[in-house]
Design a protein around this ligand. Sequence first.
Ligand code: NAD
Length: 273
Amino acid sequence: MTTSRLSRRRALVTGAATGIGRAIAVRFAEEGAEVCLNHRDRSDDPDAALAEVEAASRKAGFTAARHLAIAADVAERFQVEAMVAEAVAAWGGLDILVNNAGIQSFAPSEDLAEAELRRILDVNLIGAWHCAQAAIRHFLAAGKPGVILSNSSVHQIVPKPGYLPYSLSKAGLGNMTRTLALEYAGRGIRVNAVAPGAIDTPLNRGWTGDPEKRRAVESHIPMGRAGAPEEIAAVFAFLASDEASYITGQTIYACGGLTLFGEFRSDWSSQSD
Ligand code: NAD
């Protein structure tokens, strides 16, 4: 069920041509927002994503919504500043930022190259900060309220062996969320995060298309299945809307119970006989 909770809101979503970012862009458009889809380059087919977002708006009756697609590498500060300036100029303002762009790669920590650690932190954490800072400067200059949301991960708190840069970046996003929330709570800017579990997106192409690997992954999830991007987008839409007007500095875990220590489903730890 969708509503018009985001009517007349202008939202920039990073990494929005694929996966969860694309689902967020579509959901926001369905709820009345105007959306700027950020994409790194043309390899993700941003035109198809933009067309889907435009169709979603039209179908929901928001025929005047003006959507944008802007290329920028979030790791590059000047590209981010130019992107935010372009969106603000096109719309006359910006109300919501969603830091969604993210990457990961596997390396045993004894082999991890410093350049790879920096590459992942530069996108997932520093990139999110570039975008947050540009958005905060705009919100403060405009004297209007603003919302900043980040796509974190259960790995904000759950260790992910072999993925140290990813785990570090998501833990950092958790504290960036709390710190910025506290710093700007009195100035009308709400800052929150969503932490998905295992979601069916291109990031997980290593197992989503292989039934045996998928079964193995899903056996660890208390709800017994991977999540859909749309189930994560719904949480972002709530947090972006005025229904979440008294929520700041929080991370909502949308993970099918992954953070609940699933091994405790059966009583193995306290049995006496
Ligand atoms: P995805 O690979 O489809 O999405 C990532 C997007 O980020 C892509 O569109 C990619 O082009 C973009 N991107 C990468 N580097 C960029 C850069 N430098 N500048 C701009 N854009 C860039 O995968 P996804 O699963 O939709 O991931 C989206 C977010 O969700 C990521 O932050 C990821 O960590 C997070 N997440 C995903 C899962 C999951 O299971 N899929 C779980 C938890 C968190």
